[in-house]
Design a protein around this ligand. Structure first.
Ligand code: HEM
Length: 172
């Protein structure tokens, strides 16, 4: 029974990790660079359609990763401590968890808030065609886009380190 619960929790945890890390890398390496070479009219429609889905997917993956991680930690500490890494292993696991919270903070501040700001600007621009040419609005949109890409870049650097710490914790 313990093995089954552990297996289910690990599946949720690692499945969500794949979504969180994957979406960060895809944005940083594929979507972000592609946006820079798109025509403004195409970019507005594409972003309005893609951004809400993309950011919702990334946020749900991030929260599931952390949520399942915390439940896992609670489960192995409370039910079967023989599964819990000890000594250096436990320190590695905790360092990974702390770094994961830093990643969540970056995601919620830099990525999610810039996404919301960008979406508002895009909706305003679409509603008022004249503003599409306003250099101020364009500059604000580019800044928000750059912030999202910076956040995605930071996450694609931090999350593999967290993953390595989690895996190493079991073998240290
Ligand atoms: C608050 C955040 C997190 C907590 C509390 C947490 C906790 C845990 C726990 C308790 C385990 C199981 C260890 C065991 O079997 O005894 C685990 C496994 C794992 N975690 Fe996390 N985790 C968190 C975030 C993350 C993140 C962000 C990633 C990846 C980017 C990650 C990747 C992994 C991997 C790959 C394993 C499986 C290790 C293996 O079986 O070799 N975790 N995590």
């Amino acid at each position: 029974m313990t093995d089954i619960v552990l297996g289910i929790l690990l599946t949720f945890h690692i499945g969500a990790v794949v979504g969180w890390l994957g979406s960060s890398i895809v944005y940083a390496r594929v979507v972000g660079p592609a946006l820079e070479s798109m025509k403004p009219e195409t970019r507005i429609d594409f972003l309005l359609d893609m951004l809400p889905r993309f950011s919702k997917f990334a946020l749900i993956s991030a929260l599931t990763t952390i949520g399942a991680g915390i439940v896992l930690l609670g489960w192995v500490s409370g039910v079967d401590t023989s599964l819990l890494p000890t000594g250096i292993g436990f320190l590695l696991l905790l360092s990974g968890a702390v770094l994961a919270f830093v990643g969540l903070l970056i995601g919620m501040t830099l990525v999610t808030s810039s996404t919301n700001k960008l979406l508002k600007l895009l909706q305003r621009t679409k509603a008022n065609a004249q503003e599409a040419t306003s250099p101020e609005v364009n500059a604000m949109m580019l800044e928000a886009q750059r912030n999202i890409r910076t956040g995605a870049n930071a996450l694609s650097a931090i999350l593999p380190v967290v993953m390595a710490l989690m895996i190493l914790s079991l073998y240290a």
